[in-house]
Every structure is written in structure tokens, then in C-alpha cells.
Design a protein around this ligand. Structure first.
Ligand code: 5GP
Ligand code: MN
Length: 333
């Protein structure tokens, strides 16, 4: 399998000298892995490159090389001649890092693997067949003539391992395994990467999950839980963990799952972050896109204004209807 990297993307990267690399709010391992891998790669090519993230770096990922140099939105200036947007399907995912007025004159380029990508850059490389944006950067490094060193390899393997739940998702193609093998040969430690990401769980998370799972609901092949701010506070958490939905997605009786987490929106009003998963043969990509979010067929999400109960009451019937329609039209894998 060969991937076609758009010439205009390569040209923009080659021409730029002061580059800001950005990934998305509510960051996961592929967001950190790709933003740091890209930053190191550009630095190795002799460019001034810096990584910025909308939220403070979560402790789980501070082990990544360069994580301590990630800047917060307030430290982002307007001196860049290019902004590289990684692992995000739309510009709003940059949160406060990107200010449309202040950064109006700076071109954006997009490197992403989400099928729902809106292609918002001057050059867009969207590869929905790749399991992680970090996988795409393995090919980009080769195209730019820079083979990954152990630091780059560690960042990129982290993105691949976390987005594929350690090579368990249905998009784990032979190419994914080849990319991971290449990174392992370049100096990344697979066992250490798994140990530092998927195989870790604070006891407080276990305690939160035990409370949340006590109220899990199952209806017509859709299983879901809600996570309230009160439950998060009681567990000493500010956010939940996407692995909670992986547990729901493994329920035998369900084809789709959802986690609804209570949030506060930018105006201080109630909002709910919705995280969706679908078993092979089913898709939640369109559901999230219809609701203003995005993602992939098997894993997607959106954030909706409204109280927890109201959002659940709105979304669950849509999920049940989607699951029913898909069960009729698509054979189960
Ligand atoms: P998770 O459930 O792990 O938070 O997200 C699953 C997938 O959906 C990820 O690929 C993530 O990027 C995407 N996603 C989650 N929430 C949103 C959202 O609000 N907007 C968009 N565009 N994508 C989202
Ligand atoms: Mn990703």
C-alpha cells in the first residue's frame, strides 16, 4: 500500500521555517504522539517548530519526549509562517490555540485520519485508511527524507498503540503493523509504550467506573452510562477516560455504546460530551457528524449543550434508530 502525500502539503512544509504544530482538545495518545512526533521531525529538518495544545498536558503523557516543551494557548504568538493541524477533523478542535482573527494571515495545513475531516487547510492530507495520524507521520518522515530517531519513534508508536488499543481495532491493517515494526526498529520500546499508556489505571478511576457502571443501561443493542460532575469530583477527576467506553463496547448484548459526560460550555451553561463506539458491522461516524461532532465509523464523539438527562433523552433514541436501521441493512461482521 502506498500513500499519496499531496505535493502542496510537502511544498508548504519544506518552505516554512517557523511552524506551530497543534492538536485537539480533550487530547488522546495520538494527539500527543502526532503533535510531538511532527515537532521533532520538523526540528530535525532544521526548522523552528513548536507544539501547542489547547489543554494542559495530562499526566499520562508527560513521559513523551518534548511534552515539557508544549506551550499553552496563552503562549501562542502570531510569528509562525505555517500551522500544522494534526489529528483533528475541524478547526474548532484547536480550542483557544487558534484565534481566527489573530491568525488570519497564517496558512493552515491538515494531516488527519478522520473520515469526517472538513479539509479546512490550504493543503490537506486526510487518510481515513490509516489507524492513527501518527501512522501517517511514518510515511511523511520518509517523504521528507528524515528517518525517525528513538524520540520520534516513541511519540509515533504511542499514537498508534493508543488509537488501535494495542492493535486490536478493526482498522489494524498489515500497514499499521509494518509502521509499528519500523518504529520499533527505530528505537521505540513497544512493551514500555503499552505499559505507560493502556496498562495503567489510577485506583480513583477504578472507583469512578465502579460507581458509573452501577447505573449502566442497555436497550435494544445500545449500552450507555452517564458521568456527572459530582461523580468526577468525588473521584478527584476533572475528566473521564475513553477506556470506559471500550469496556461498554465489549458488552455482548450491545452493538453500540455511549458515554455521556457532564461539562460546562464556554458560556458557563450545561453541556454534555458524548463519546460513541460501534462494533464491526455498525457505524457511529454519521451519528456524531449529524450532531455537530465527528470521528470514525467505530469511534466518534460530539459535545452538545444541555443538561445530562436532556441530552441522553435526545441522543439515545437516535442511536437506537441508527442501530436498528444498520442491523437491517448491514450484515454483522
Ligand atoms: P473519544 O470517544 O475517544 O473521545 O473520541 C472518539 C473519536 O471521535 C476520536 O477520533 C475523536 O477525535 C472524535 N471526536 C470526539 N469528540 C469529537 C467532537 O466533538 N468533534 C469531532 N469532530 N470529533 C470528535
Ligand atoms: Mn487519532
Amino acid at each position: 500500500m502506498t500513500y499519496y502525500i499531496p505535493d502542496d502539503l510537502l511544498a508548504a512544509l519544506r518552505a516554512a521555517n517557523h511552524i506551530l504544530c497543534v492538536s485537539h482538545v480533550n487530547a488522546d495518545g495520538d494527539a500527543y504522539g502526532s503533535v510531538l512526533g511532527m515537532t521533532h521531525l520538523l526540528q530535525r529538518l532544521g526548522k523552528h517548530a513548536i507544539a501547542a495544545m489547547p489543554d494542559p498536558v495530562i499526566p499520562d503523557f508527560t513521559f513523551l519526549p518534548g511534552a515539557d516543551a508544549i506551550i499553552a494557548p496563552h503562549a501562542v504568538t502570531d510569528v509562525y509562517d505555517l500551522i500544522v493541524c494534526l489529528d483533528m477533523s475541524s478547526p474548532d478542535r484547536m480550542g483557544a490555540v487558534f484565534d481566527p482573527a489573530r491568525h488570519a494571515g497564517i496558512p493552515l495545513v491538515v494531516i488527519d485520519h478522520h473520515i469526517t475531516n472538513t479539509r479546512f487547510g490550504i493543503a490537506n492530507w486526510v487518510e481515513a485508511g490509516c489507524a492513527a495520524t501518527s501512522q501517517m507521520l511514518v510515511y511523511l518522515a520518509e517523504a521528507l527524507g528524515a528517518s525517525p530517531d528513538p524520540e520520534i519513534a516513541t511519540c509515533l508508536l504511542t499514537g498508534i498503540v493508543t488509537d488501535t488499543l494495542c492493535f486490536r481495532t478493526s482498522n489494524t491493517t498489515p500497514e499499521v503493523l509494518e509502521a509499528a515494526m519500523h518504529l520499533q526498529r527505530a528505537g521505540a520500546n513497544l512493551a514500555a509504550t503499552v505499559q505507560r499508556t493502556l496498562n495503567r489505571l489510577p485506583f480513583s478511576t477504578l472507583s469512578l467506573w465502579s460507581r458509573v457502571l452501577a447505573d449502566a443501561r442497555l436497550e435494544e443493542g445500545v449500552v450507555w452510562v452517564t458521568v456527572s460532575q459530582a461523580q468526577l469530583r468525588a473521584a478527584g477527576h476533572t475528566d473521564d477516560d475513553s477506556r470506559l467506553n471500550s469496556i461498554l463496547a465489549s458488552v455482548n448484548e450491545a452493538d453500540m455504546s455511549a458515554v455521556f459526560t457532564e461539562k460546562i460550555n464556554a458560556q458557563g451553561g450545561p453541556a454534555v460530551e458524548c463519546s460513541f463506539r460501534a462494533k464491526p458491522g455498525f457505524t457511529v461516524g454519521e451519528l456524531a457528524a449529524q450532531l455537530g461532532g465527528g470521528g470514525h465509523a467505530p469511534a466518534s464523539g460530539c459535545t452538545l449543550d444541555g443538561a445530562l438527562d436532556a441530552v441522553v433523552a435526545r441522543v439515545i433514541p437516535l442511536m437506537i434508530a441508527a442501530r436498528r436501521a444498520q442491523a437491517m441493512t448491514e450484515p454483522r461482521a
